[in-house]
Design a binder for this molecule. Sequence first.
Ligand code: UDP
Length: 239
Amino acid sequence: MTDLKYRRVLLKLSGEAFAGDGNSVIDIPIVRGIARQIKTLTQTGVQVAIVVGAGNIWRGATVARHGIDRVTADYAGMLATVINALALQDSLEKEGVTTRTQSAITVQQVAEPFIYRRAIRHMEKSRVVIFAGGTGNPYMTTDTAAALRAIEIEAQVLLMAKNRVDGVYSADPLKHKDAVKFDRLSHIEALSKRLAVMDSTALSLCLENKLPIIVFDMTTPGNLERAVAGEAVGTLISS
Ligand code: UDP
């Protein structure tokens, strides 16, 4: 086992990470690539849990604007995260990584229920745990689920994987050429400046529980490992 800055991490993968260039809902070769990166990380001895989003399939708030009841739309969004979780689980297992999927909503044929002590036990046995179903509650996001699960399983860092940006900027760098990247920020700064890190519920949970967050570009090979090794990758948000 190499020297690890973090012994247990929670990786948040948004739905768009599964879509690749956007032509497929789930781009299987892309998911396989993500699985290989996670495999490399597990080989360092770090314990890994993952929360998956579902923006590639379904976003409750957006669908609700087209005339579906918001609560129903959000439950559908939670179900959509199960689809991404299964795709990731399959890719990880094909790479030889033992996984367990736990869901916050009951889908017992394909996933265990979320039980935090069991999740910790899986990680202690070097299994990667995938958390599906978000928080299990409507009007919430999978970013909030990621913060919550990270705190529950006592992860030492929340790794927010991004596909289009390599950290937190003063403005959207894809729209504003003069946007400035932050190497470090405090939780309070990120909250008060309303920077696009994650939603404020998720960020408040991290602030209150002093959970460091690393926002980084996962499409650059090796970045995931570098972030976990404590190298300066992306933006570090800490107290
Ligand atoms: N969702 C929810 N409660 C949760 C997590 C997710 O209702 O705790 C629903 C919500 O409709 C959301 C969708 O699931 O739009 C997909 O999650 P999210 O938008 O967070 O996915 P991401 O942006 O990470 O791909």
